[in-house]
Design a binder for this molecule. Sequence first.
Ligand code: ADP
Ligand code: MG
Length: 724
Amino acid sequence: MRVLTEGGAASEGRPGALSALFEPRRVALVGASDQPGKMGELFWRNLSSFPGEVVPITTGAASVAGRKAYPSLLDVEGEIDLAVVVVPAPAVPGVMRDAAAKGVRAAVVITGGFAEAGPEGVRLQEELVAAARQGGVRVVGPNCFGVQNCDLPLNASMATGEPLGGGGITLATQSGAYGMAIYALGLDERTRFAKVYAAGNKADIADGEVLRYLRQDPASRTLCFFLESLPDGRAFYEEARLTTPQKPVIVAKTGRSAAGARAAQSHTGALAGSEAVGRAAFEQAGIVQARSGLEMMDVARALDAQPPPAGPRIAIVTNSGGTGVELADLLGEEGLEVPELSAELQAELRPHLPAFASSRNPVDMTPVWTRFAELYPFLVERLARSGEVDAVVPVLLQRSALDDKVALALRDTVARLRAEGVEVPVYVCWVAPRCARANADLLQEAGVPCFEWPERTARALGHAVRYGQARVRVGLPRVFPSRPAGFAALGAGLVDAETGARLLATFGVPTVESVTCRTAAEASLAADRLGYPVVAKALHPDLVHKSDVGGVLVGLGDAAAAYQAASNLLALVPGGEVLVQRQANGIEVVVGGIQDAQFGPAVMVGLGGLLVEVLGDVAFALAPLGQDEARRLIARLRGFPALTGARGREAVDLDALAAVVCAVGNLLVAVPEIAELDLNPLFATGRECVAVDWRVLVGNPPGQDHAIGGNWTAQGGAARSLSS
Ligand code: ADP
Ligand code: MG
């Protein structure tokens, strides 16, 4: 066993390729032009703010905007770090061959017409990548919007103008046009970016590698990923686990619905991933999961500007009772609290408030507009320092939003809180006409995010609180189990009951005492040994759901009953066997595992038995996972109270159940040829957690190194379903 402390992974190290991309010294624009309306001209203009040299490459002219142009990269003297490529698709592989021969370190291919455009495009894209790899050129795109390093500045993208530097948000987007829209929205809302990266078809550089680079990039403080697909799900997960304790990772993943998945396929040639496992992986890695690009930018603004809330207690300061209550409702739906303030604090606030005001929380000052500029900053500061709440939300509505004295005073208050080390964030809920926008801009530029209306405010706050909680737990070390010494490869197919029980025992998963019998006489002897009552089950390789055909007989009280049951079962499955088991009791739970095509080994826990599919009360997590993670996973089940003694039932030993979940995870990691595994049910009581039915399906041996970040994609995928 190898203990891996998060943050100390062997894969850590400064990745050079992406620094050539974001921090080049010399750039070539392949397809440069000075004719308005041409892509080459747009990029030439956008690159004009770059402080280093930009070399124009074109076969169409001897010079571009008065600068000597070269027919190919090979004709340029001296080194080129980055090539920005806008020539038509059929010419791109040739450009890549030149780039490889020239020793160019990175290329951004803007041109479309590759994998997103049908079989010929797929072929062309393969040719492009092969040519680039000949010389170690790392490729962004093709079919992308480009990249920006806003601080340099480097604008190698379709967005016009010189990027504003000094921001901490970095946006990585798969969709070019949507990315541009998000970027423009961000600028509208006075959001400053550090870097922008448009992945396009992701022919070469995968998301995990981008995440690793951004983790190590001090300028990128808040990372946003707008994703349509995530082919390297596992690598992304591992990188995210290392990142979220340091800086937030916010993902908006489209293609969650069936229709969305179809659109994603035809759009970027990407397959939408397995959602349940993907969402579980994101949650486990502490990734903020935004439902949309808009929500992603809202959370990014909240988390980039101020420290995340340390807990779920929110104070609301408002001049409108209705808005305050709506916000409180929506915060409640996010799982947050709007606690009533202590009697002492209320007594302290009340003398400052008008007679009809409420000091309870929401603190409602009522529309005393002549006092807004005094009351808002006073209340926000007092609440932030009270120790009774984890975030303060002033609702700026109509007159309070229109008054620039309120905005200025709030800005100064927040600056003072930060300067004096008060970590409680202040987010504004903005409900105001457009003509008040300048005041929101003023606040936003000073790092006080304003969210339009209670709905957006509550969403952003919910994510911010969950991130604040996740970042302290994600960094816990995990243990990666290795294959036991001398453990032979398992043959493909369904593992028989006895071998399965031994395999499970090796990893610490208890199975109920069982004996495989060929005759009724053997069965009655076995029953005597096990002690009554016993259970008898028909065993046959073709029989998947035993109880569906009357193949499970429970409550057998003596040798005669066991004998009779076994004869009946043997008649039911000619050529089969009978499994005799001790009869267990308790609550039926299910624990399963799969090798997910995108995310690698994953476990599932749920309320089990025959109704598992009907109820669908299951939760997934990636393996390996620690005892604490397993406990949290179990607690996420809707039916969790049934395990903790609801309605006079015996409370289940949750540590024993969590240990089984961890053990199944370890088994999947250590024996990667297991494609699927099902323990359904396990009987859980206050004393034990024992499987009475288990199925283990072995897929084709992966023949792959299963180290962290290895290619999990080679495993699973084709496994047939084992759910019982
Ligand atoms: P299958 O899933 O193939 O139908 P199971 O072995 O899961 O067969 O048995 C079906 C049901 O019978 C279980 O969900 C459980 O309720 C009950 N059962 C099976 N084995 C035992 C046992 N050893 N002790 C108590 N109940 C059992
Ligand atoms: Mg079963």
